[in-house]
Design a protein around this ligand. Structure first.
Ligand SMILES: NC(=O)c1ccc[n+]([C@@H]2O[C@H](COP(=O)([O-])OP(=O)(O)OC[C@H]3O[C@@H](n4cnc5c(N)ncnc54)[C@H](OP(=O)(O)O)[C@@H]3O)[C@@H](O)[C@H]2O)c1
Length: 262
C-alpha cells in the first residue's frame, strides 16, 4: 500500500492560478516525490478536484490522493454521494484517504464513520481520517489514519495535546498551512541563517522544523514550480539539534488553548 510522502502538496486556492501553471506545479511536485496531494470538495467548489484530476491523469498510481467531505454533507447518504462526486471530478475510482473536513455541532460522527467504513468496504476509499479535530473529538473516533490540523512555525498549539495523541495512537498529524498561508517570516534572521547553512530556502527549513517529529507530514500549497522545488528540499533536510533549539526559542510554543483553525 502507498505511504504518505512526508512533504505533499496542498490545493486550496490553487485553482486561482492559471490552469497551465497549476498543472505544471503539481506535476513537478509529483516528479520530486511530493506525491501526497491534498484536496477537498470545498476548494473552488470542486474546481480544485478537477484540476487535480487533470494533473494526476497518467500518474495516478504514484500519487496518494486525499479529499474531504464537508460537514454539511457528512450524513451517511450524504457522505456516500459526496465521495462519488469527488471521484468523478478526480477521474479516479478510489481515494487513498478521505477526511471529514471539520466537525460541526450537528455532525453525527457515527453516521460519517459508518459511511467511511462502507466506502472502504466497497474499495472507493483506502483509509479515512479527520481534520480540525481537537483531542476531545479525537477520543470519540474509531481508529483514524490522521488528523489534518493547522500547524506552522508561528502556530505550534497542536504540540500541546493533538501531536502527543497522534504519536500515541500511531496516527499521522498532517500539517496544513505549514508555511503560514502567506504570513511567512521570510526575513527572520535565525531562520535565514539556518537555511543558508543548509543551502536551502527559509521555507524548506521551516517545513523541516515541523518534520522533526516522525508523526508529522506537511502539505504546502505552491502554484509556482520554483516554490515546489524549494519545498521538496525539506524531504531530505535534517536540521541539527542546535538548529531545532534555536528555532524553538525564536518561535516559542505559546500557551495551550482551543485548537486553532482557518
Ligand atoms: N483541513 C483544513 O481545514 C485546511 C485548511 C487550510 C488549508 N488546508 C490544506 O493545506 C494546504 C496548505 O495550506 P495553505 O495553502 O492555506 O497555506 P500554505 O501552504 O502554508 O501557504 C501557501 C502560500 O505559501 C506560498 N509558498 C509556498 N511555498 C513557498 C516557497 N517555497 N516560497 C515562497 N512562497 C511559498 C504559496 O505561494 P504560491 O502559491 O505563489 O507558490 C502560497 O501563497 C492547502 O492548500 C489545503 O490543501 C486544509
Amino acid at each position: 500500500m502507498k505511504a504518505l510522502s512526508r512533504v505533499g502538496q496542498g490545493t486550496w486556492k490553487l485553482e486561482t492560478a492559471s490552469h497551465a501553471q497549476a498543472l505544471r506545479a503539481l506535476r513537478r511536485g509529483v516528479e520530486l516525490g511530493l506525491t501526497h496531494i491534498d484536496t477537498a470538495e470545498m476548494y473552488g467548489s470542486g474546481k480544485a478536484e478537477e484540476l487535480v484530476g487533470a494533473a494526476v491523469a497518467g500518474v495516478r498510481e504514484s500519487v496518494f490522493l486525499t479529499s474531504k467531505v464537508l460537514p454539511s454533507n457528512a450524513s451517511y447518504e450524504g457522505t456516500l454521494r459526496a465521495c462519488e462526486r469527488s471521484l468523478k471530478r478526480l477521474r479516479t475510482d478510489h481515494l487513498d484517504l478521505y477526511l471529514l473536513h471539520w466537525r460541526e455541532a450537528d455532525t453525527v460522527l457515527a453516521e460519517t464513520f459508518r459511511a467511511f467504513k462502507k466506502l472502504k468496504q466497497d474499495g472507493k476509499i483506502l483509509r479515512f481520517g479527520v481534520s480540525n479535530f481537537d483531542v476531545r473529538d479525537l477520543e470519540e473516533c474509531p481508529s483514524v489514519f490522521c488528523d489534518q490540523v493547522l500547524y506552522h512555525l508561528e502556530e505550534r498549539s497542536v504540540e500541546h495535546a493533538v501531536l502527543p495523541w497522534c504519536r500515541k495512537r500511531k496516527a499521522a498529524l498532517v500539517a496544513y498551512c505549514p508555511v503560514g498561508a502567506g504570513e511567512f517570516p521570510a526575513d527572520d534572521k535565525t531562520l535565514l541563517d539556518i537555511a543558508a547553512r543548509h543551502g536551502v530556502s527559509a521555507y524548506a527549513a521551516a517545513l523541516a522544523f515541523l518534520l522533526r517529529d516522525p508523526s508529522v507530514f506537511v502539505i504546502p500549497k505552491a502554484a509556482r514550480v520554483e516554490h515546489v522545488e524549494q519545498n521538496a528540499k525539506a524531504l531530505t533536510l535534517k536540521l541539527s539539534e542546535d538548529d531545532v533549539r534555536r528555532l524553538e526559542e525564536r518561535f516559542p510554543l505559546g500557551p495551550a488553548g482551543p485548537l486553532p483553525m482557518v
